[in-house]
Design a protein around this ligand. Structure first.
Ligand SMILES: [Zn+2]
Length: 288
């Protein structure tokens, strides 16, 4: 089969031949770059020491698996101060050193795992021309870069019980998307105010009527206004925001038990449920 352009591999790599087998294509690939850089010292070398074959799985084509048979060269490093005398050329845009699948196949399996789950992705992958065990897909998911957190300016604070009546934490929820931002290890004024002060971009805090969160919001806003946290310096606020005027409006909170009375923990607070649903009522506008 002739080389075609449907299987793009990036600059410096060419497909010498494509072999069609029963359930897959095998592409014979080699690099055309005249030299390569030593991964240890960075010096370029064009002295080829030897070469070997490397098998790498790639993304499928038409539902059929693609296997790349890479001809990888070893170069000699001429830097006398370098401890690496022989090194293997890197193909950073295609595959990581010692990996058995290309970067784009890793990304595809990882996305499949995120869209369903590792077990389901492992079952679906062969039907799409890919192959990967559940543990492999789970490992790829863990290694995937984290998505940039969405900016948030309106949050909800609510407490929940690690152990009801004993240990409580604080849920921070983005009000507009109802997504969990972070779980604080407790609900003390110090912890919550420090977190708020470190996030000066927050404009609105929704909370229950417990006084601790009100105090924490006030302290956090004051600390942010003083510019005591580095992130504050990168934020631009309007003149009215800098005044720090704070308005709050409270309403009833707490969960009802079967008899209709509200459940309170020994500290007099209302234990919240472990949920990403934001508190429905109280709103405290920090900067107006
Ligand atoms: Zn070197």
């Amino acid at each position: 089969m002739e080389e075609t352009s449907f299987l793009t591999l990036g600059e410096g790599l060419i497909i010498e031949q494509i072999i069609e087998e029963a359930h897959r294509f095998v592409a014979l690939v080699r690099s055309t770059m005249p030299a390569s850089c030593c991964p240890l010292c960075g010096d370029s070398s064009d002295f080829i020491h030897s070469q070997y074959q490397r098998q790498v799985a790639d993304v499928p084509c038409g539902g059929r698996a693609i296997q790349l048979q890479l001809t990888v060269r070893r170069f000699s490093c001429h830097n006398s101060s370098c401890h690496r005398t022989i090194f293997t050329e890197r193909l950073p845009h295609l595959v990581q050193p010692w990996a058995q699948m290309t970067k784009r196949l890793r990304a595809s399996l990882s996305l499949l795992g995120f869209a369903s789950c590792a077990q389901m992705a492992a079952r679906l992958a062969p039907q799409l021309g890919m192959k990967g065990s559940a543990s492999t897909i789970l490992r790829l998911q863990r290694a995937a870069p984290e998505a940039c957190p969405e900016p948030f300016t309106k949050i909800g604070l609510d407490d929940f019980a690690f152990r009801r009546g004993r240990t409580y934490g604080t849920l921070n929820v983005y009000l507009e998307t109802h997504r969990l931002i972070e779980i604080l290890p407790d609900r003390t004024v110090e912890t919550v105010s420090a977190w708020l002060a470190a996030h000066p971009e927050i404009e609105v805090v929704s909370r229950d009527r417990a006084s601790d969160y009100a105090t924490a919001a006030t302290l956090g806003a004051s600390a942010a206004e003083r510019g005591s946290f580095p992130r504050r310096s990168s934020m631009e606020r309007t003149g009215s925001e800098r005044s720090g005027t704070r308005r709050t409006k409270d309403c009833a909170s707490g969960t009802k038990n079967r008899s209709g009375s509200r459940q309170r923990d020994p500290s007099g607070r209302t234990p919240g449920a472990l949920s990403t649903n934001p508190p429905a009522c109280v709103a405290g506008t920090l900067f107006q």
